[in-house]
Design a protein around this ligand. Structure first.
Ligand SMILES: [Zn+2]
Length: 419
């Protein structure tokens, strides 16, 4: 593949630094140079863009193929339909400038194959397979007969994997490894989208938390812990998880513990806000609306505490619906950055949360990605306007001139063709 040199007024590196009058040179699927223009090697092809930055990382979302905010609709829809719908989401993900996705439960492990084979344009997908949950936990379908839930899970038709006791936790992790999981996801507390469990209650015993993390680590994988309540956050951190996802009841002590343990918070402000704002359109069940409203304010506070304490934060939206509904859909992922900035984060830190911090959420499996440095994946965005000045430009398709993945332009937006 010919080499490409991209000169820019500003190169946003993805680690919090930037280079004025910079240049990035790509060869095959890697970056071979990022630095000042005057020292840049020449290449076969030259491009210019006012702003160049790494492709974005979405660190918490789901490819499910359901069209409403009701998880149990998975059980009412044939799986081929769900997966066919999700191919739209995959395409849309890339078109919006997301070049890597940590997919924390859903069909990502399968969609990845189709993307890598070249059947669908899409991002790099690092999937969890199914979400590991205790019986009656956040990943269970509470109103369905348990044997049917387990049968669906065995056939990868649900999104969950039920496990109780240390031996079953080991096995649940191994079942995800068998599907090609690159991150392990489990529920350390109750949730919003499940019926009978309480978001504040811890799920799984400390021994079970440890078993999940230990088994994941043996395969050099990181662990994402869904948690709202403080007891679950603490248990997950003590077990050594890589990320705390949602983190609603994070307080100062727990934030300090996160820093000490080098754990990353993936707050998912987008999901809480959108589910409440568009509950009718999304047909959000009443039980979920009540739970979402109950955590909304505390969740905002948790994010502020995390920012103030210096917890590492990665961008994740928890988008789990499929298709172009326009209000809660893949392709809107960068709105999370706007919400993070509203929570007190600087534009520069918000960009780092969606670039340099993204791969870190995969723990020991982290690829060299998310920053524009020699040897890293050649995934870049060519932008018209600078998100360091205004973060909202990352939500505007017309601002994203080109998306480069693996060293090749894979998306070009028409607006950019005007001089
Ligand atoms: Zn989620």
């Amino acid at each position: 593949m010919p080499s490409t040199r991209i000169d820019a007024d500003i190169v946003i590196v993805g680690d919090g630094s930037h280079i004025k009058n910079g240049s990035v040179v790509l060869e095959n699927n890697k970056i071979i140079y990022a630095g000042e223009q005057e020292h840049a090697p020449s290449a076969d092809k030259d491009l210019f863009s006012p702003v160049v930055m790494p492709g974005l990382w979405e660190s918490h979302a789901h490819y499910t193929g359901i069209t409403k905010a009701n998880i149990s609709s998975i059980s009412e829809t044939p799986q081929p339909v769900l997966i066919a719908r999700a191919t739209w989401d995959v395409r849309e993900t890339l078109a919006s400038g997301i070049t890597s996705v940590r997919e924390v439960g859903g069909f990502g492990v399968y969609l990845k194959t189709a993307v890598e084979e070249g059947f669908i344009p899409g991002p790099r997908i690092y999937g969890a397979g199914s979400v590991i949950s205790q019986t009656g936990g956040h990943g269970d379908f509470h109103t369905m007969p348990l044997d049917i839930v387990n049968l669906m899970n065995d056939r990868s038709m649900g999104l969950g994997e039920l496990a109780d006791g240390v031996a079953e936790c080991y096995r649940a992790v191994r079942k995800q490894l068998r599907k090609g999981a690159e991150i392990i996801k489990y529920c350390a507390s109750g949730g919003v989208m499940s019926i009978v469990d309480h978001p504040i209650h811890q799920q799984f015993s400390p021994e079970e938390h440890r078993a999940i993390v230990e088994e994941a680590l043996r395969a050099e994988l990181g662990v994402a812990a869904h948690c709202h309540g403080a007891p679950g956050i603490r248990a997950a951190l003590e077990a050594g998880v890589t990320t705390i996802d949602h983190g609603t009841f994070l307080d100062e002590d727990l934030a300090e513990l996160m820093v000490e343990k080098n754990a990353i918070l993936v707050p998912t402000l987008y999901v809480v806000r959108r589910l409440i704002q568009f509950s009718k359109e999304l047909e959000l069940p009443d039980y979920a609306l009540v739970k979402a409203k109950a955590i909304e304010e505390r969740h905002k506070e948790a994010v502020k505490i995390a920012i103030k304490t210096g917890v590492t934060i990665a961008m994740g939206t928890d988008i789990f619906a499929s298709g172009p509904n326009g209000i809660f859909q893949w392709g809107q992922n960068a709105f999370e950055l706007v919400y993070l900035v509203e929570s007190g984060m600087s534009n520069s830190d918000a960009i780092v949360s969606a670039t340099g911090n993204g791969p870190l959420t995969l723990g020991p499996h982290a690829p060299k990605s998310g920053v524009l440095k020699e040897g890293y994946d050649a995934d870049l965005l060519l932008l018209e306007k600078n998100p360091l000045d205004d973060i909202t430009v990352l939500t505007e398709r017309s601002n994203i001139k080109s998306v480069i993945r693996n060293g090749q332009i894979v998306v070009e937006h028409p607006a950019s063709q005007t001089p």
